[in-house]
Design a binder for this molecule. Structure first.
Ligand code: FES
Length: 123
């Protein structure tokens, strides 16, 4: 991370994202963020899954552009921050919709842009 005046903060180089297309960037003004690229667009969201707080930056961006939690595969829309598909496996909700206690609060979403082959936080 490095600053550029007061308006933006470099988070990560695009070529540092790897195959998962997302990573954890620590110690930003907003704490740890999951930062990546979805459908060619950069995103930055709060890093902790709304289910059991797994690090979303250690997950992956799916082919359809959603952020998958590495623990139980919940899927998030990185534009709205909403959990669109709840936890899977033994944590799968009994009814279809994401339960009120799981994923009811969206991730926080922060404005970012791509410049000089890096993702920058716009402050
Ligand atoms: S911790 Fe993310 S789906 Fe369980």
């Amino acid at each position: 991370m490095s600053g550029d005046g007061d308006s933006t903060l470099r988070l990560v180089g695009v070529d540092e994202l790897g195959d998962s297309q997302v990573t954890v960037v620590s110690d930003t003004p907003h704490g740890d963020l999951a930062v990546g690229i979805s459908d060619g667009r950069p995103f930055a969201v709060s890093n902790r899954c709304r289910h059991l707080f797994a690090s979303l930056g250690k997950g992956e961006v799916t082919d359809d552009g959603r952020l998958r939690c590495p623990a139980h595969s919940a899927l998030y829309d990185v534009i709205s921050g909403k959990m669109q598909v709840g936890p899977q496996g033994v944590f799968r909700p009994l009814a279809g919709p994401v339960k009120a206690t799981v994923g009811s609060r969206p991730l926080k979403v922060y404005p970012v842009e791509i410049r000089d082959d890096a993702i920058w936080l716009v402050r």
